[in-house]
Design a protein around this ligand. Sequence first.
Ligand code: OOG
Ligand code: MG
Length: 262
Amino acid sequence: MTLDAATIESLAEHLERAELEVHDVTKITDDKPHLDWEDAYAIQYAIRRRKEARGHRIVGLKAGLTSHAKMKQMGVATPVFGFLADYFAVADGGEIDRSRLIHPKVEPEIAFMTKAALYGPGCHIGAVLAATDFVVPALEIIDSRYRDFKFDLKSVVADNCSSSRFVVGGIPTPIAGLDLRTLGLVMEKNGVQVALGAGAAVLGHPAASVAMLANMLAARGEHIPAGTLILTGGITEAVAMERGDAVSLRIQTLGCVSARFQ
Ligand code: OOG
Ligand code: MG
């Protein structure tokens, strides 16, 4: 930890204001080059507490930068995690108010719902599969508060990993008999195919992303409670969206989820 409590709070306020007032900012490591992982998550958790203090609920968690496509696109190499607040949720087929976002991009993801708590360290794919209630197709709308979507890992962790909206839909599907690695998916923007992939793009198996999340939380003395929605990370590169754009994701067996930017 390199920053004092007052600096953590003021950086949290700075980044959250950028989100709520819809403007970009320079990445925080430009001014605080020595900021470490602990500082970065402390800022993220301060943003989380600010939202809870305003009456918002935390409704899920997300892992990010879990596929090679995403790591390459963003120029980073370590997975990270963030939280999902209640007002991030958009109904399947619903409208996303583009004017509330800075420069949104959409990612195709597989989301898990847990039916039992998951604890690290040592959480593994088998434990995750046993604790999974169902999986669903998800669109994550990321909207980095940083200028031109350019950041380093610590800056992005502090910014709650660019989280802004998410849509889950399709068919909540139990995983027995399902090979999540070979589930194919197609994402379309305005009816044109923009991304193709399979579950294995996420750390070899999307359940590995949930296990990694449990293990990262364990290092903080936390766990994944039963009934948690978890976005496991973009399977392909994220695709930019403007007002009027429609996006849909179809995942083999899991069905379709869509949204429109207005
Ligand atoms: C960071 C968030 C990454 C994912 O699924 O990989 C993420 C970013 O790329 O802005 O949500
Ligand atoms: Mg994501």
